[in-house]
Design a protein around this ligand. Sequence first.
Ligand code: DAH
Length: 340
Amino acid sequence: MKEKIAKIEKEAKEALEKIVDKQTLNELKIKYLGKKSELTNVLKDMANIAKEERPKIGSLANKVRNELEEKIKEKEQELEKIELARKIEKEKIDVTLPGTKVKKGTKHPVNSVIEEIEDLFVSMGYTVESGPELETDRFCFELLNLPQGHPARDMQDSFYITDEYLLRTQTSAVQARTMLANKEKSPIRMICPGKTYRREDDATHSHQFTQAEGLVIDKNISFADLKGTLEIFAKEIIGKNSKLRFRPSYFPFTEPSYEVDVSCFKCGGKGCNLCKKTGWIEVLGAGMVHPNVLTMCGYDPEKYSGFAFGLGLERIAMFKYNIPDMRYLYANDVRFLSQF
Ligand code: DAH
């Protein structure tokens, strides 16, 4: 019996030495210490041993059992350590390596101009309004004193969707919307930046472009208010030393109407290639709101007056950032856009 135990012990210890993974260690544990192990069987056989031998054999078997348990535990810990070390080695990261750069987007130049204009006019008490890009003929033309068949409709090549609906050619449509929604309830001071559409496409025109419309309606609004407001606009948005020039012009929704030029910010008015040697650059259309428009939109022209203006924001962005071709603004070329 003693030899049997010694043999089990020797075998188990030798097997234990060779073990390099947890699974075989577990199998070994079951084999030598489990319920059906040889060691357990030895103890079960105790009945067949001489009485005086029993305590000796019993304690020997227990000793071996305890020893094996201990050794297995040690092996277990050893394997865990090896495994951890292997894991650490495998998952090692070099914190001194440079990280992957996250590319940040930049503001589109037209959006920057929109934000600047909104900030400026909000600081003067204006509200920021918006209207639908798919507009009705009524708001885009009729209420702005451009009835069906009016020759001035030819000034704007339109994308008609149906006889009634078109992609708005001008943010002026929002003038009519704002006045009709208000109808003499309160004075109006609004600015409306937004997308507009016309059937044209070249270096200085795009089929889709951005305008900002301004409208002020109140009692006793005069041309002086329009002039003062636009002077502030030019100085704040275009350049501190900007001067303005009002040229008489024609728009159906204003009377009188003007095209407004700003002194060339490249040459300061001396004449260069940007201003085509004139010293002036045209930036916007403006005028005093036509009495017909006031009447159609719910305001009594005997009591109320107002001014309006509209400008193309791509042009402003092109001047400000020295962009030679309007199409760059919409080519979605990251090399271009990331410069701003
Ligand atoms: N809507 C005009 C255009 O697109 C610009 C304009 C001119 C707007 C005079 C106005 C204005 O409000 O009073 O060409």
